[in-house]
Design a binder for this molecule. Structure first.
Ligand code: SF4
Ligand code: SF4
Ligand code: SF4
Length: 304
């Protein structure tokens, strides 16, 4: 007996859609078929999960207008309308676009970019993660690729966005630079370091770089302003994944500006577009290639 693929199985066993709806619209990433195929979930595009009060009000009005009882908050910082009758899809999608909260993405493409509040509001923030998410969204959102690509940004190594569990993760980092000659040996910086990476030895501070996470937490508490912070940097990791087999992304490169991040992400996306194939996860494909080879290829692309 030949065994059918899971998709074939679903195709023959699930009920069929009876409503007529534009195939072009229906096959777009933000629309997810429900168990009853005459209904779908409509997911929105909302970079960094930011939404204005006017957009929130608009979303409430749109939901009420189309008879949608609940709005669901997703893990990727966006919202989705469940149980949408497919016969109203076109007007709903139109209304959402006019509200500035357009249709999202969920297939083999770049999906909603997530970010923590970063240095605009969080006292630990090293980089402007929201601004960076907006730039990345503008340039890459919805780009069709052989595999789904999730991008997430945390503005410090606390990693509130679990960015390393994404295909592309970006973390804000800052290295402590100390002037041993001026240190009083008071130990305040050592007290604040959660990694036990900074010690006072013979009255002077010593940083164990192998333990240091480059979080910059030891910089502010120094009462004598002896530890300075290096300029903020952006650590880029590739090949992380959540879901059935979670994987932590591997370190690709550290860069110094948002423009550099966009340039590197552009090269990674181009590599995925040209070299990756559908049917297996990006981390598996990177394993086959060997990550060091991938790293060298991206470095060459950046130089070129
Ligand atoms: S990752 Fe860091 S900057 Fe972002 S919210 Fe968490 S603690 Fe704040
Ligand atoms: S940067 Fe963070 S981990 Fe490194 S020494 Fe300072 S507090 Fe510790
Ligand atoms: S807090 Fe400042 S003065 Fe005190 S040990 Fe650390 S670097 Fe030296």
């Amino acid at each position: 007996m030949s065994i059918r693929s899971y998709d074939e199985y679903l195709d023959t066993t699930m009920p069929r859609r009876s409503n007529t709806v534009s195939e072009e619209l229906y096959t777009r990433g933000g629309i997810i078929t429900e168990r009853d195929p005459d209904f779908c979930i409509v997911r929105l595009r909302m970079p960094a999960g930011m939404v204005t009060p006017a957009q929130m009000k608009g979303l409430g009005e749109i939901a009420a207008k189309h008879g949608i009882d609940n709005v669901h908050l997703t893990t990727r910082q966006t919202m989705e309308f469940p149980h949408v009758d497919t016969s109203i899809l076109e007007t709903l999608v139109d209304d959402l676009a006019k509200n500035g909260t357009p249709l999202g993405a969920e297939r083999e493409e770049i999906v909603n970019v997530t970010a923590c509040l970063g240095n605009r509001h969080c006292k630990f923030g090293i980089i402007d993660s929201v601004g960076l998410a907006e730039q990345i969204d503008k340039k890459f959102f919805g780009k069709e690729l052989p595999v789904k690509v999730r991008i997430a940004i945390s503005a410090c190594p606390n990693g509130c966005e679990s960015e390393r569990l994404n295909e592309i993760g970006i973390t804000g980092i800052q290295r402590p630079i100390r002037d041993p000659g001026l240190c009083t040996g008071c130990g305040t910086c050592s007290y604040y370091c959660r990694e036990k990476a900074i010690d006072v030895q013979d009255g002077l501070v010593v940083v164990t770089t192998a333990k240091c996470m480059e979080c910059g937490f030891c910089i502010l508490p120094c009462p004598f302003h002896i530890i300075r912070g290096s300029p903020p940097e952006y650590r880029i990791t590739v090949g992380g994944h959540r879901g059935r087999h979670p994987l932590i992304g591997r370190h690709l490169i550290d860069v110094k500006s948002q423009e550099d991040v966009i340039r590197v992400v552009d090269k990674i996306v181009y590599w995925i577009y040209r070299q990756a194939s559908s049917g297996s996860l990006l981390p598996e494909q990177l394993d086959e290639l060997e990550f060091d080879e991938f790293k060298k290829t991206i470095a060459k692309m950046i130089e070129g």
